[in-house]
Design a protein around this ligand. Structure first.
Ligand SMILES: NC(=O)c1ccc[n+]([C@@H]2O[C@H](COP(=O)([O-])OP(=O)(O)OC[C@H]3O[C@@H](n4cnc5c(N)ncnc54)[C@H](OP(=O)(O)O)[C@@H]3O)[C@@H](O)[C@H]2O)c1
Length: 340
């Protein structure tokens, strides 16, 4: 005889499903609260921000939020067509939302490819020539790839773009940044706490670590933190942060299978922030002074969920200084080989 579910069996099942869905929704609400938001809305008129990788993802959302607060934003992008498209999108959204009633800030696109020292030098030169003063440099641009990729100078891209490109940029702007007390924001990641090391033996080389994680990426995000520490020690006004796991173009090289969608969709929905949510951490770092003598990159503090928290990683001073020296050498090596 076929099984016909009775009310007595259907009702508990319905309660279980509703209870499960309710718990997920509550957990999501809890997460949204925990992720935090920037509450300040003061005007940023007369303030200039330079943001790398401003055309999409976290850089785009940061740009949008700052320009709405009337800032001038220099959008340092490797692809000028994408930068222009991003500007049009921001202006279009502004018009739709505000019907053009309140004036917002200024958007200036500039070409910067962090995978080329020549491009970094050109960008730094143009910035110094055309922008007499800027208040904040946001080193946001970054990537994670699955197949070997190298910069123009031959460094694997996690090291070359995520670390060395921004290292050279700051070096070239050094006097200006120190003289004007310009804030430097370093976008790292909590991945610096997971299976990350500064592998000096293989620095700049593509290495297969045989891990499920992209260790080259994690290592580069640890470099970001070490780098922020050294900047702080050397007198820069620096903030380091993790935006959290966010839904952006960052995962463009990841090709999920259909069953990944099935298995991971609920987890992803719970754990993944929108780019706008993740960008709150960058906006916070760029606009609020939260670094103190007690809480700063040297004492292991970084911004996460729009507040300061301490890294679980045990930093050591020798690694910090050695990474700096190796980075200087990597740049010098490339300058010498390009002139000989
Ligand atoms: N999304 C996350 O879950 C997450 C989590 C922790 C930390 N982060 C960090 O957040 C930062 C921004 O990531 P996102 O999520 O916004 O990624 P995204 O959407 O992929 O945006 C990355 C930006 O960096 C630019 N970029 C890449 N390579 C470049 C190069 N050689 N020169 C100049 N610009 C370059 C990209 O330009 P194109 O558009 O031209 O490629 C793009 O504008 C990265 O540093 C990343 O490590 C992200």
């Amino acid at each position: 005889m076929p099984f016909i579910p009775s009310e007595a069996t259907l009702l508990p099942a319905a309660y279980t499903v509703a209870g499960f869905a309710g718990s997920i929704a509550l957990l999501r609400l809890y997460k949204l609260r925990k992720w935090g938001r920037v509450r300040s809305t003061f005007s940023l008129r007369d303030k200039t921000f330079v943001i790398t990788g401003a055309n999409t993802g976290l850089g785009y959302e940061t740009t949008k939020a700052l320009v709405r607060r009337q800032a001038t934003v220099i959008m340092a992008c490797r692809n000028m067509a994408k930068a222009q498209a991003a500007i049009e999108k921001i202006r279009q959204e502004e018009q739709e939302e505000r019907k053009g009633s309140k004036s917002s800030g200024t958007l200036i696109p500039m070409q910067l490819d962090l995978a080329s020292f020549q491009s970094v030098r050109q960008f730094a030169g143009e910035l110094q020539r055309t922008v007499p003063r800027f208040d904040c440099l946001v080193n946001n641009a970054g990537l994670a790839v699955r197949e070997p990729e190298f910069t123009r100078e031959g460094y694997e891209v996690h090291y070359g773009v995520n670390h060395l490109g921004q290292f050279l940029l700051v070096e070239l702007l050094k006097e200006r940044l120190l003289e004007q007390g310009t804030r430097v924001v370093v976008v790292s990641s909590r991945m610096h706490e997971i299976e990350a090391e500064i592998d000096f033996k293989n620095l700049g080389r593509w290495v297969e670590y045989g891990s499920r994680l992209n260790r080259l990426y994690n290592n580069s995000k640890l470099m970001n933190f070490y780098y922020a520490r050294e900047l702080y020690k050397r007198g820069y006004n620096v903030h380091v942060l993790c935006p959290g796991l966010c839904h952006t173009d960052f995962f463009r090289h990841y090709e999920p299978k259909w069953y990944h969608y099935l298995l991971f969709s609920p987890i992803v929905w719970l754990m993944l922030r929108s780019a706008e949510q993740g960008a709150q951490n960058i906006i916070y770092a760029a606009t609020e002074s939260v670094t103190t003598p007690e809480c700063n990159p040297v004492t292991g503090y970084f911004i996460s969920n729009v507040r300061m928290r301490r890294s679980k990683f045990h930093f050591d001073e020798n690694t910090s200084i050695r990474l700096w020296d190796e980075s200087v050498r990597a740049i010098e090596r490339s300058s010498t080989s390009s002139t000989t």
